[in-house]
Ligand binder design. Structure first.
Ligand code: PBG
Length: 324
């Protein structure tokens, strides 16, 4: 059908028609709010490059989480900023570690809010890499046990789901095994399956104090040029027992989100990362864009590409827009 017989504008002429034919709808159910936990009381350290986000002590973490919960956001994702770092990231799997403590208080105070924990070593190692270092090498296999111990300690503290973000080979199976052996076969794993080596993580590394002290993450995170490899990575994680698979970052990788959605029949998450958030906030502050509209268009775009779940620092702001 061609013009003048077909006129696409017929169904765009009023809001009722536009609503009726809208193909993608964003909902608060789709959103996960990432939060940064630190020790102490009454702490709320602003993160300059992520306006509206803070390093929060548990009391303040509860306040923000309550707000998210009341807006209908189903889950938060907890990142820990420990008091001490060492070569084996011991604070990552300590019983009284920051994520473990924050998780147990959150589950106690807001039981209906799902707590997902990020499982990685980079905030906890003195060198800032996501695995154990042997000389200049990030050693894969000796890292797996530490990641598994971290995941188990989070779940023992009450985490509802764990999300490994380290990109070591074989970690999903290792985590699945340790959880099953400890009677946690009901706890799902959301794996950062296709995680690219991205400059968009800049603000996060500042916020979480997790930048590598030497080299970069190219030997474990994926090359931004590769798409077929993402399918292999995701397929591996599915076979190892992942329940949800994630693509990260979101915006420069929407083609990957779309392909993975078509190839895999598990829920797909996309992480709208810190740099994506910072760019919108900065341009909005300059008065160059309408930040709220760009936020909603961005999240809708990620959903339209195929994401079922969106991890985003905009979760609270977007939820406020969605419920009004
Ligand atoms: C830890 C981790 C990172 C992010 C999430 N988990 C940083 C990294 O891999 O360097 C980035 C999140 C963001 O930028 O919002 N491995």
């Amino acid at each position: 059908m061609l013009f003048p017989d077909y006129r696409p504008r017929r169904l765009r002429q009023n809001d009722a028609f536009r609503r009726m034919i809208r193909e993608t709808k964003l909902s608060v159910d789709d959103l996960i709010l990432p939060l940064f936990a630190v020790s102490g009381k009454g702490v709320k350290n602003p993160i300059d490059s992520m306006p509206g986000h803070y390093q929060l002590s548990t009391d303040n973490l509860i306040k923000t989480s309550k707000k998210a919960y009341e807006l209908g956001i189903p889950a938060v994702m907890i990142f820990g900023i420990p008091d001490r770092k060492d070569s084996l990231a011991t604070a990552a799997y300590a019983k009284d570690g920051i994520v473990q403590k924050a998780t147990s208080v959150l589950k106690d105070k807001i039981p209906g809010l799902a707590v997902i924990t990020d499982v990685c070593l980079c905030q906890y190692t003195d060198h800032g890499h996501c695995g154990v270092v042997d000389g200049q090498i990030i050693d894969n296999d000796s890292t797996l046990d530490l990641l598994a111990r971290a995941a188990l300690s989070h779940v023992q503290a009450g985490a509802d789901m764990v999300a490994p973000s380290d990109m070591m080979d074989g970690r999903v199976a290792e985590i699945r095994n340790i959880l099953d052996e400890n009677d946690f076969s009901n706890i799902p794993i959301m794996s950062y399956a296709a995680k690219y080596c991205s400059a968009f993580y800049g603000p996060f590394r500042h916020a979480a104090d997790s930048a590598p002290k030497f080299g970069d993450r190219r030997t474990y995170q994926m090359d931004p040029a590769n798409a077929l490899e993402a399918i292999r990575e995701v397929t591996m994680d599915v076979e190892e027992g992942a329940d949800i698979i994630m693509v990260k970052p979101a915006l420069p990788y929407l083609d990957i989100v779309c392909r993975i959605r078509e190839e895999i029949d598990l829920p797909v998450a996309a992480y709208n990362v810190s740099g994506e958030y910072a760019m919108i906030k900065a341009a909005d502050k300059m008065g160059w864009i309408d930040g709220k509209k760009v936020m909603m268009e961005t999240l809708l775009g990620i959903k339209r590409a195929g994401a079922d779940i969106i991890l985003t620092y905009f979760a609270i702001e977007a939820a406020e827009e969605l419920i009004t």
